[in-house]
Design a protein. Structure first.
Ligand SMILES: [Zn+2]
Length: 308
C-alpha cells in the first residue's frame, strides 16, 4: 500500500484565505548520499539533515539563478556546517566537528548553544561572477537551527517565518516544513489578499498553530506523501499546491576547480603539501573525492597560471 520510497523534493504551497506561503521539503536518497560520503557521529548527521532540508526550503522561496548557501561558523563541538543548493535542485554539504568531543558514549546536549556554541549563520545568494553577491549574517540565537533561522528572518528581513525540522539518521530521512507570512510591502504586494491587519495576524497565528501540530514522525513517514501531509494539516482552511521540484545530491567539484585553487599557492607551499609519494592530494570536503597531482601535473598548472 504505502510507498516506501521517501521522496526527494520541495513542495511549494499557500494557505487559502491567508497571506501565508510555505514549502515542504523531504529528502531520502539525497540525505543518504550526503551522509554516505562521511562517517559523522549521530548528532552531527542529524544536524546535517536538518540544515540540508532547511536550506532547500529557503532556497526554493528565493528567486535566484545560481547558488544558495547556508553556512554556520561557531566555537562549539560542531564548528562549521555548510549546505549549498543550486537553482537546478542539486544540493551538497559537509560539517566540521571536534572528534574528541564525540568520542565514546559521551552525552552531547543537542541544543544549539551547546552543540554549536556561539557564532553565526550566513545566508548567501551567489548568482555568478558578474552579479552582486547577497549575504545576510546573524548570530546563532535559538535552541535549534529552526529557531536560529526564524530569528534571522524576523530581525533581518522583517519576515515572519515558522520552521519545523526533522531528521532520522537510521532511515536516512530528513524533512523541513516552513511557512512565511507574505509581507505587505515589496514586490509581491499585488498577490496579497486584502485582509485587515487583525485578519492577517489571526490567519498567520492559525497557520502556525496547525503547523505545530505536525509531529516529527509524520514529517518523516514514508507512508504519507507531501500532499497527504499538507492536506492533513490545512484541509480545513484549504491549501493550494504548486509545482514540486525534485532535489538530489550532486557535488560540483572537478579537477579543473581544484587545479585553479592549487595554482594560487606558492611553490614552497605546494612543496610542503607533498606526500611521501611526491604527490599533492587534494580531497573535496563535500564528496571526499581525491584529486592527485604529480610533478608534471603541477608544472602544467603552474605554467597555465603564469601565462595569464
Ligand atoms: Zn566534491
Amino acid at each position: 500500500m504505502a510507498d516506501t520510497q521517501f521522496s526527494n523534493e520541495v513542495q511549494p504551497f499557500s494557505i487559502e484565505g491567508a497571506n501565508v506561503r510555505g514549502r515542504l521539503v523531504r529528502l531520502g536518497q539525497a540525505y543518504g548520499d550526503i551522509l554516505g560520503q562521511h562517517d559523522y557521529p549521530g548528532t552531527v548527521s542529524t544536524l546535517m539533515g536538518e540544515l540540508t532540508a532547511m536550506t532547500a526550503a529557503l532556497a526554493d522561496s528565493l528567486k535566484y539563478d545560481g547558488l544558495f548557501i547556508l553556512q554556520t561558523q561557531s566555537d562549539g563541538p560542531v564548528s562549521m556546517m555548510v549546505v549549498d543548493v543550486t537553482s537546478q535542485g542539486t544540493l551538497r554539504g559537509y560539517a566540521r566537528y571536534d572528534e574528541d568531543r564525540f568520542s565514546g558514549d559521551r552525552e552531547i546536549d543537542t541544543a544549539v548553544p551547546h552543540i554549536m556554541g556561539s557564532g553565526h549563520i550566513a545566508f548567501t545568494v551567489d548568482q555568478g561572477p558578474d552579479t552582486e553577491r547577497y549575504q545576510g549574517i546573524t548570530a546563532l540565537e535559538g535552541a535549534s537551527l529552526a529557531e536560529c533561522a526564524q530569528s534571522y528572518f524576523r530581525q533581518s528581513e522583517q519576515l515572519e517565518t515558522a520552521i519545523l525540522l526533522a531528521a532520522d539518521t537510521t532511515s536516512k530521512r530528513a524533512a523541513a516544513l516552513m511557512i512565511q507570512k507574505m509581507p505587505d510591502t515589496g514586490e509581491r504586494v499585488e498577490q496579497r489578499l486584502k485582509l485587515t491587519p487583525e485578519e492577517d495576524d489571526e490567519s498567520w497565528r492559525e497557520a502556525v498553530i496547525l503547523m505545530s501540530s505536525m509531529t516529527r514522525e509524520e514529517l518523516l513517514d514514508p507512508g504519507l506523501s507531501s500532499l497527504d501531509l499538507l492536506y492533513r494539516l490545512y484541509h480545513e482552511t484549504g491549501v493550494r499546491i504548486y509545482e514540486n521540484k525534485p532535489l538530489k545530491f550532486q557535488c560540483r567539484c572537478s579537477e579543473e576547480k581544484i587545479s585553479a585553487t592549487l595554482a594560487s599557492f606558492s611553490a614552497e607551499d605546494l612543496a610542503d603539501m607533498k606526500t611521501a609519494e611526491n604527490l599533492i592530494v587534494a580531497t573535496c570536503e563535500f564528496c571526499r573525492t581525491e584529486y592527485a597531482f604529480d610533478d608534471d601535473a603541477l608544472a602544467a598548472l603552474r605554467g597555465q597560471s603564469s601565462q595569464k
